[in-house]
Design a protein. Structure first.
Length: 230
């Protein structure tokens, strides 16, 4: 799923990407302020009458803790999305789409970014001479196993393409008992061929897994999946 006949630039322009980045930075700053305020409230609650505190104190504290946890999660997401956008020199909105799709399908985000980089160089309109399309270079037969009736237009949709590609990789990891390198080679060569080569005593490795995993952290190699939606 790697040879391309069409190169198109990522949708958002450079100026839009910069403005989006600054906007997200502002959100991070605001959320950090909220998180700090909530943390202070938890550490030093406002004085209230003992009877009132007894009635509503625990509930209010629980609510504040929930708010703080949710805010910290948002801050963490925004910070990581910006870090990946910088690392891979891509627009922030594309970075956010890859990050969210990876988590939704149970794939470690770093692995998701590297897969997209190798498959399409982050080009939404990438197409191969083997009939693979989009950011994750999914082919129609593969897509239709998850989305019956899928069309080429579906595969050119950014979010649909990301979800399908990451879901396919997640299923390959399950099929190959968590062996990340085998799963990646199967993504590139097809699981039937990989099974056939391995069964006959051959080595299915073709260098594809090494390309995807170049520069990937040991923790991602050791645990390429996460709980879906985490």
């Amino acid at each position: 799923m790697s040879t391309h006949s069409e190169d198109t630039r990522p949708g958002p322009g450079l100026v839009r990407g910069i403005l989006t980045g600054f906007g997200l930075l502002a959100v991070v700053s605001i959320l950090l302020g909220v998180a700090t305020g909530l943390a202070r409230r938890l550490a030093s609650p406002l004085p209230v009458a003992p009877a009132v505190h007894a009635a509503v104190g625990p509930a209010a504290e629980s609510h504040a803790r929930d708010e703080l946890a949710a805010t910290r999660k948002q801050v963490d997401r925004a910070t990581r999305v910006l870090a990946f956008a910088t690392r891979f020199s891509i627009p922030v909105d594309l970075s956010a789409a890859i990050f969210d799709a990876a988590l939704a399908e149970g794939i470690t985000p770093e692995l998701g970014y590297r897969l997209v980089q190798v498959e399409s160089r982050f080009l939404r309109g990438a197409a191969s001479n083997r009939g693979a399309f989009g950011l994750t270079q999914v082919r129609l037969p593969t897509a239709r196993s998850y989305l019956p009736g899928a069309t080429e237009s579906d595969l050119r949709d950014r979010d649909t393409n990301l979800r399908l590609g990451f879901r396919y990789l997640r299923d390959l990891l399950r099929r190959f008992d968590g062996d990340l390198e085998l799963a990646l080679v199967a993504y590139n060569r097809g699981p039937t061929l990989v099974d056939s080569i391995a069964t006959s005593g051959g080595d299915p490795m073709n260098g594809y897994a090494d390309m995807v995993l170049a520069g990937v952290r040991p923790s991602t190699r050791a645990k390429p999946t996460v709980r879906r939606g985490s």
